[in-house]
Design a protein around this ligand. Structure first.
Ligand code: SF4
Ligand code: SF4
Length: 237
């Protein structure tokens, strides 16, 4: 048993998700992510159950833990009552805390999640704002979305929703500052702020400073593909 394994056992999701895996593979057989990616919840459970720190380090430094879609289809079907999706969540948290998330390309995408969903929550109280899905980043939303995005006020009027959505009652209203303060206090007390800071710090450490993190961020905004940023002098997984 090693230090990483010990840390993992401190996570509540680990406690909920890992009992005793008998390696039957039922979870992998039904897992949608396993169908499309180099990913197997059975393998994840096997590695975790080995309690081998080297294997756990390799796992949380890899893309694999980021492929799970958190659908939790595996949970009700496991004959041992495990929840591999929850174990993956515990592994992700450990990956961020240790900075090892920045070793993998999919892990580095945590910066996007932090700066979009995380910063939105801290500043506006929402994970996603109506204006966030810019058409160049979401070509799959098609021409209709592009038109809506570029004619926001006109379309809102046409649909009969308030043009000034942010200052109207409803789902995009401005959250009062006193409620925002409470929300920020909850994020701080539960460790979410620490995790968000760990993402920024881990990226700076991996890329060689905060300036490089800004270049990574700009590169993603311009090209919508984190693989286009080349890490200096390092192999990018
Ligand atoms: S987690 Fe459950 S379903 Fe998956 S391999 Fe282990 S025992 Fe089987
Ligand atoms: S929660 Fe993750 S591991 Fe479980 S079935 Fe869904 S994608 Fe697969």
């Amino acid at each position: 048993m090693g230090k990483l394994y010990d840390e993992l056992t401190e996570e509540i999701e680990f406690d909920h998700g890992m009992h005793a895996c008998m390696d039957c593979g039922t979870c992998t057989a039904l897992c949608a992510a396993a169908e499309f990616y180099d990913y197997s919840p059975r393998e994840v459970m096997d590695i975790v159950q080995s309690q081998d720190d080297d294997k756990i380090r390799e796992l949380i430094s890899s893309n694999k833990i980021w492929y799970c879609g958190q659908c939790l289809s595996c949970k009700p079907r496991c004959p041992r009552g495990n929840n591999p999706g929850a174990v993956v969540l515990a592994l992700r948290r450990l990956s961020v805390k240790t900075g090892l998330f920045a070793e993998s390309e999919k892990g580095r995408q945590q910066l996007l999640a932090k700066r979009l969903f995380g910063d939105n929550m801290m500043n506006r109280g929402y994970t996603l704002l109506p204006t966030n899905p810019v058409p160049s980043h979401f070509p799959e939303l098609g021409k209709d979305w592009e038109y809506y995005h570029n004619h926001l006020a006109e379309m809102r009027e046409w649909w009969g929703v308030p043009v000034d959505l942010e200052n109207s009652p409803g789902s995009a209203r401005i959250i009062p500052e006193k409620d925002m303060e409470e929300l920020r206090a909850i994020y701080k007390a539960t460790g979410a702020v620490d995790l968000m800071n760990a993402v920024e710090d881990g990226m700076a450490k991996k890329l060689g400073g905060k300036e490089e993190v800004e270049k990574f961020w700009k590169n993603w905004q311009d090209t919508v593909d984190t693989r286009n940023y080349k890490i200096k002098g390092g192999k990018s997984k």
